[in-house]
Write a protein that binds this ligand. Structure first.
Ligand code: GUN
Length: 295
């Protein structure tokens, strides 16, 4: 069993990007600039956004964090997005989700200029991705593909079972794994809350992608010997022994599943850091005017 080390791989990607940014600067070209919008005080969202902003600084990008109370009106938020759309110094815009209930997420996403939509959530980018055209690919699925690529994992012809059909992870990763690319060329089964024979399907999987947001949902008896397991879950479980008051648990019961796997991502230190590396890659492409990735 080999651990897929997201911290290591994301570190390597960040180093490459830092060199590329230094080159841009040496050529007198603009420094990539990411704008992040955070609404409210969701603890997990605060951590993710802080990590994104910190990573920008580490590799020499500029970043702007716009923070709003959860009482902000939808109109006020849309006005800010429009200002960022029109600001030529801003290359990438991300609005951390979820948003408060009174704000229409779809409207917010649709307001972001698709050429600055480094989260790849705008329907224009989703449509292009599905069509196999250059597009910004959502960071978590893109990070998973970069991880598979880094470790040279042969996915061709494999049966991938994706658990969870969210727009952020499950649906796009199912599309990326099924495309005629490397990694890719999988036969994909996308499971969700109405799937009847989940355990049987998982047992047939060469690759399991767990993206349901339920702590330790995938147990040892659901995974076949030699499977590749990608754990997307970052669940906070109360733990009085920790200073923070919680511990992180993935969607996979690691201790049971890991001994059965050929490869597995840990939580933390697996998919999480890869998401950030992928976002930074998207932002670089936005800054050099390349509308997303080439495959
Ligand atoms: N919330 C959970 N994952 C993500 C993500 O990748 N991007 C944004 N903007 N919000 C999220």
């Amino acid at each position: 069993m080999q651990i897929l080390d997201g911290k290591l791989v994301s570190g390597a990607i960040k180093e490459q990007l830092a060199l590329k940014v230094a080159e841009l600067k040496a050529q007198g070209k603009k420094t990539p600039h990411l704008a992040a919008i955070l609404v409210g005080n969701n603890g997990a969202s605060e951590t993710y956004v802080a990590s994104k902003v910190k990573s920008c600084a580490e590799i020499g990008y500029n970043s702007t964090l716009l923070r709003f109370e959860d009482t902000i009106s939808e109109k006020h938020l849309l006005d800010h997005i429009n200002m960022l759309n029109e600001n030529p110094d801003i290359d990438g815009i991300l609005v951390q989700l979820p948003l408060p209930k009174h704000i229409n997420e779809e409207l917010v996403i649709n307001t972001i200029d698709p050429s600055k939509d480094v989260d790849g959530f705008h329907p224009m980018n989703v449509g292009k991705m599905v069509s196999g055209l250059p597009a910004f690919i959502p960071a978590t699925p893109y990070g998973i593909m970069l991880m598979l690529e880094h470790y040279g994992i042969d996915t061709k012809g494999k049966h991938a079972v994706v658990i969870g059909r969210s727009h952020i992870v499950g649906t796009p990763v199912s599309i990326l794994l099924s495309r005629n690319t490397n990694p890719g060329n999988c036969t994909v089964t996308l499971c969700h809350s109405h799937t009847k024979n989940l355990k049987e399907l998982c047992l047939q999987a060469d690759i399991v992608v767990a993206a349901i947001g339920r702590p330790e949902f995938v147990t040892g008896d659901m995974v076949k010997e030699g499977a590749i397991v990608i754990d997307v879950g970052i669940n906070r479980l109360p733990d009085a022994s920790k200073k923070s008051g919680f511990r992180l648990a993935g969607d996979v019961k690691f201790d049971e599943v890991a001994p059965r796997c050929s490869y597995i991502t840990p939580v933390p230190g697996g998919v999480g850091p890869m998401t950030i590396a992928a976002l930074l890659k998207n932002t670089y492409h936005a800054a050099i005017g390349q509308k997303g990735n080439q495959n």
